[in-house]
Design a protein around this ligand. Structure first.
Ligand code: NDP
Length: 319
């Protein structure tokens, strides 16, 4: 009988999801026996020997303490939780998750937020709670423009689903895109065009030095009066005080937010008390061990063996 392969020892850090959930999801993979992986809590002595770290929001000094690391497998599609915390050592690789389940989940959430806004759900539900038979003028998707900022793995899926409902969809990215049902734009000119044209603007941008506070007082002031803002990307891409001022001042109709500069959103944060802001607790597209295990397995193996991987992060670009 051939000897079973030696498991790859992988340090694990995620304060939110027990290690056992990932270990079980990995062990259930069809190919797992070909290359087993043993997750070890990153704080354990044994983790010091690990060549790979599987992590969500690792503490500042953890990467430096794991002296044998060759790379990090991110437990999220975004990698700002790793790159914005510390100087990521230049000899390490960083691989991110790109799980179609997460693009589908985000699409559900954005459609929910867009349709609630588009169909005046807030006004109708408030009227119904007072037993008022309210009838507002009809609205048409075909004359409503939605700008999706960031048409990558997630935003591209979202933009196409919105176009499928008949909305006019603009998409903004760094590099030129060709999506059959979307009007794609890039650069500063494209950014301004999206701000000027959108009845509803959806951010699905990663957090990088280039996107930090990209939605600031100047950006909000260029949006159409009465426009709506949705953020499923990252909280720090928004200047929250400027968003609040734009809504309180009546320039924007409101916002639906899943991500915030500080999470959990602090109890005293003014967003909680603003009835034009809908708050979600960063659940629009949660990492799911069952759907993501195969990618995590492949990423860990690629780092451990020094092989090419899908979704290698460009550290200089920040996403
Ligand atoms: P991708 O890297 O696939 O897509 C990012 C998109 O943003 C790309 O189109 C990219 O352009 C564009 N972009 C990045 N920087 C700029 C810039 N400076 N100017 C213009 N466009 C830019 O990421 P994903 O779609 O996988 O994920 C996007 C983000 O969604 C994640 O980084 C994360 O922050 C967030 N997210 C939130 C979740 C939640 O539960 N709330 C869950 C999962 C992800 P280009 O195509 O040219 O590279």
């Amino acid at each position: 009988m051939p000897a079973s392969p030696t498991p790859i020892i992988t340090a694990y850090y995620d304060a939110g999801t027990p290690l056992g959930e990932w270990q079980e999801a990995l062990a259930n993979l069809k190919d797992y026996a070909r290359q087993p992986i043993r997750l070890v809590p990153a704080e354990d002595k044994e983790a010091v020997g690990a060549g790979v770290l599987l992590a969500w929001k690792p503490p500042l000094d953890l990467i430096a303490r794991l002296v044998n690391l060759r790379g990090v497998m991110s437990l999220g599609q975004g990698v700002d939780h790793i790159l914005s915390q510390q100087d990521f050592p230049s000899h390490l690789r960083l691989i991110r998750l790109v799980d179609p389940y997460m693009a589908a989940a985000m699409t559900e959430w954005v459609l929910l937020a867009v349709l609630k806004w588009h169909r005046d759900d807030g006004a109708y539900m408030a009227a119904a709670s007072r037993q008022v038979w309210l009838r507002l003028p009809p609205k048409m998707a075909t004359t409503t423009t939605i700008a999706v900022m960031g048409v990558g793995a997630i935003g591209g899926h979202v933009a196409e689903a919105l176009a499928g409902l008949g909305f006019r969809v603009l998409g903004w990215s760094r590099s030129p895109k060709h999506l059959p049902t979307i009007t794609c734009t890039t650069g500063e000119v494209g950014f301004q065009h999206c701000l000027n044209e959108a009845d509803c603007l959806v951010s699905l941008l990663p957090l990088t030095p280039a996107t930090k506070h990209i939605f600031n007082q100047s950006a909000f002031s260029r949006m159409k009066p009465g426009a709506y803002f949705i953020n499923g990307g990252r909280g720090d891409s928004v200047d929250e005080a400027a968003l609040l001022a734009a809504i309180d001042g009546g320039h924007l109709a409101g916002a639906c937010l899943d991500v915030f500069a500080t999470e959990p959103l602090p109890k005293q944060h003014p967003f909680w008390r603003n009835d034009k802001i809908t708050i979600w607790p960063h659940v629009s597209a949660q990492t799911n061990p069952i759907t993501a295990a195969a990618q995590v397995w492949a990423g860990i193996i690629a780092i451990a063996r020094g092989e090419a991987a899908d979704h290698e992060v460009d550290i200089g670009r920040g996403y």
